[in-house]
Design a protein around this ligand. Structure first.
Ligand code: ATP
Length: 756
């Protein structure tokens, strides 16, 4: 593409010497041809300033802005913490337990000069620096610092920095500076001027957000956002009034070019935001069409939190001698530092119940984004949650106007849970998202990074929870390897914890009640307290928590509602041998035969001194059973905590054991998946999301498995395990998880025994 491989334009760069003296932070892996080295001491000092900057953020003991000591790198090698330790004034004590820079401990260090990061000292056009300061942006973040000099020098760039670390302004500040200064030289500005900047994004929501960020930073420029799903007229008329910056999604941009409403013939700066997605198969063709309309002499910048190797290779086709700025590092964790990760084992049938509990316990009243793979799931999950939690769905089948209303409502806190497909996984910057839940595993490690990165932004802390089934265990492990992260494997929250968290949230809400309203209700409250004491307030809390009726019981084994877990123990002096699954079924048959028919998988207690077993029964049957007289030496209890179980039990405190029921359900899941796999990976991806403008224009979508790494190849890993006893009633052989009383083998009842 000769037109694309033009000579890099060197634009006006007043005060460039000043920026050059600042150099580029040593933490960046900076590579280019010829290779550049920035790993000298002055750059470490710059780094220290950058980390001290971070100490002003809300979270403590965090190294901020995309820098970690382990990510420090020269062009050719990653330097260790030793490099830090050898620096003047850097105390060993200032590394935290993880070897990361302890920003609090370092705050007393005499850093070289915080001024070099101060927006007011950068020599930016006054209008730009005023607008930034008005937004509370007073110092550069690390990626902004790393990009500033080369961007002002006119270099083509490939930049990677973690989610939420300020990549938008990393390209925004130098570009705005350059066009503002150019404008100040030329006056007056032409009314019909053509855009000088083009920013391409993969989704409409992200395009709008980037537009907003640029508009707020440079209100004096004319920035126009173009994207599909809405009328052309407004966008056409905005473009006709003369424009400086166009932000948009590829499909609508091509349509506007074809309709002669958009002329990109004067573009000097091109940015591909979420570059790896923009260059993925399905998008790349459109991007190429657009690039052909641009002048060959321009500056190109590619930004993303993820840059698989194929992107860097492919990007060279479009870029001129690009400089790579990498603040992530291949060996390091790819997630932003403040994100706490949990992995929670679920089953297909208990997933929705567990999801609600997770939101209640982990979001603590903040905002949550739940990611599903398909639009239908997004709708279903949102609907299911809506009984007790305010929730809305966001995906590509929803009209653009509604999508915008939904996102605005979420930003404004009108509802607390957004259930979305991956249309919301990239770039969206929504304040106070405390929790991200991967309701289904992401398509690939990159998507995991982006989804999780909707929380823990700009130095804040957040939580991301991966829900997985037993059959997906291997994928979770490979995710840890690919992303360089560690999950804390946890059990779904117990009902007590859910009730406690609900009550805490209600208490927080109560603090917001207006004093005049309180006055109005005080006489009644006083009367209730006199009559019922604390019970009156407890009743109000229960009602407000959504638990006016006692919560339905839950299995401790698979968390299904309406089931309870019982424990049978037998005094060894009364039994002829150890308790076995077979003898438990025999016991149930003798005491109350419906219990033997309905019992789930029987798990033996690990502690051999106890001679006991646990199993699930439907609540009503369990109640009947508990009222029966038991043969001497037997004790039957409803339990609230699982004891450690023998190897084939479900995970209790340990991670990843298979249950027989789940093992058998894998086959049926494999069959279900057959049709999906036969459509190819791209097919399933397409089904799962809309990717903004592109898919809505019904463009072809091919598999990107040749480029991106995904989890598909791990076969079973994508199965949704854990079939339901209730949902698969038609096949009792499938649903019965216990052992046969007749022959002792697993998976069928005595009445169905082939040996009968
Ligand atoms: N220098 C700064 N000082 C304070 N806040 C900043 C600064 N730069 C950016 N921010 C804020 O940080 C937040 C995250 O920025 P941004 O959305 O650009 O992150 P990102 O790196 O592009 O994330 P993602 O990879 O998810 O797209 C935004 O709210 C932005 O306004």
């Amino acid at each position: 593409m000769a037109s694309i491989l033009g000579v890099t334009a060197i634009h006006h760069a007043p005060n460039l010497d000043m920026y050059r003296r600042m150099g580029t932070p040593a933490t960046a892996t900076v590579s280019s041809s010829p290779s550049l080295s920035f790993a000298d001491k002055s750059h470490f000092n710059s780094l220290k300033s950058l980390t001290s900057l971070s100490s002003s953020s809300s979270s403590s003991r965090r190294n901020l802005s995309g820098f970690s000591s382990s990510a420090i790198a020269t062009p050719n090698s990653i330097l260790s913490e030793e490099a830090f330790r050898s620096l003047d004034g850097f105390s060993k004590d200032s590394l935290d337990d993880n070897g990361l820079i302890d920003s609090e401990a370092n705050s007393s260090l005499a850093f070289s000069d915080d001024d070099e990061l101060a927006i007011s000292k950068l020599g930016l056009p006054q209008r730009l620096s005023d607008a930034l300061e008005k937004r509370g942006i007073t110092q550069l973040f690390a990626i902004q610092r790393a990009v500033l000099v080369p961007a002002l020098e006119g270099r083509d760039l490939i930049a990677r920095a973690k989610t939420g670390t300020g990549k938008t302004l990393a390209f925004g500040i130098p570009i705005i500076k350059k066009i503002t200064e150019d404008d100040e030289l030329k006056s007056p500005r032409r009314r019909s001027r053509l855009p000088r900047v083009l920013v391409l994004t993969p989704t409409r929501e992200l395009a709008k957000q980037v537009e907003k960020e640029i508009k707020e930073s440079a209100p004096y420029l004319n920035t126009v956002c173009v994207y599909g799903g809405v009328s052309y007229v407004t966008q056409q008329s905005a473009l006709s009034r003369g424009v400086d910056v166009v932000v948009g999604t590829p499909g609508r941009i091509i349509d506007l070019i074809n309709g002669n409403s958009l002329n990109l013939g004067e573009v000097e700066y091109l940015v591909l935001d979420e570059a790896d997605q923009m260059l993925a198969v399905g998008f790349e063709e459109d991007v190429e069409v657009i690039l052909e309309k641009l002048p060959s002499q321009r500056q190109n910048m590619l930004f993303s939190a993820t840059m698989p190797t194929w992107v860097k290779k492919l990007a060279r086709k479009y870029l001129d001698n690009p400089l790579t700025i990498d603040l992530v590092g291949d060996q390091d964790e790819k997630l932003a530092e403040g994100i706490k990760l949990y992995a929670i084992l679920t089953t297909a049938t208990s997933k929705q119940t567990i999801l609600r509990d997770l939101v209640t316990v982990y979001a603590k009243g903040g905002k949550t984004i739940v990611f599903t793979r398909t639009k239908r799931d997004a709708d279903e999950v949102s609907l299911a949650l809506a009984n007790t939690i305010t929730s809305e769905a966001l995906h590509g089948d929803i009209s653009q106007h509604q999508r915008e209303r939904t996102l605005n409502g979420f930003r404004q806190g009108k509802f607390t849970v957004l259930v979305a497909t991956d249309v919301a996984s990239r770039g969206l910057d929504i304040p106070n998202v405390d929790l991200v839940i991967h309701y289904e595993l992401p398509n690939d490690p990159e998507t995991f990074v982006h989804r999780s990165g909707r929380t823990g932004r700009a130095g804040k802390e957040g939580t991301a929870i991966l829900m997985f089934t037993n059959s997906q265990r291997r994928t979770v492990r490979s995710l840890e390897r690919d992303v360089g992260c560690k999950f804390e494997f946890a059990n779904p929250p117990g009902i007590e914890k859910v009730l406690e968290s609900s009550a805490e949230q209600v208490v927080i809400t109560l603090r917001g009640v207006h004093p005049e309203s309180i006055e109005f209700f005080t006489p009644t409250a006083q009367k209730l307290i006199d009559e019922q004491g604390a019970g009156a307030l407890a009743a109000a809390l229960a009602q407000l928590s959504g638990f006016s009726r006692p919560p339905s019981s839950r299995s401790l084994i698979n968390h299904e509602q309406g089931w309870v877990t019982l424990q049978l123990t037998r005094d060894p002096s009364y039994s002829r041998g150890f308790l076995s699954a077979r003898s438990v079924t025999g016991f149930l048959s003798d005491v109350y035969s419906p219990a033997a028919d309905e019992v789930g998988k029987i798990h033996l207690i690990a502690d051999e001194r106890i001679n006991g077993a646990v199993f699930d029964l439907p609540e009503e049957i369990a109640k009947e059973l508990l009222n029966k007289d038991l043969p001497e030496g037997n004790t039957l209890l409803k339990i609230t905590k699982l004891p450690p179980l023998q190897d084939d039990g479900p995970p209790s405190d340990s991670y990843g054991r298979f249950s027989g029921r789940e093992r058998s359900s894998r086959n049926s899941s494999r069959d279900r998946r057959g049709s999906r796999t036969s459509r190819g990976w791209g097919g399933s991806s397409r089904d799962s999301d809309d990717d903004g403008d592109l898919f809505s224009r019904n463009r072809g979508f091919r598999s990107n498995s040749s480029r991106g790494r995904n989890f598909k190849s791990s076969g079973d890993d994508w199965l949704i395990g854990g079939g339901s006893r209730r949902s698969s009633r038609s096949s009792s052989m499938d649903r019965f998880g216990g052992s046969c009383f007749n022959c002792g083998r697993m998976g069928h009842r005595a009445s169905e025994c082939p040996n009968n």
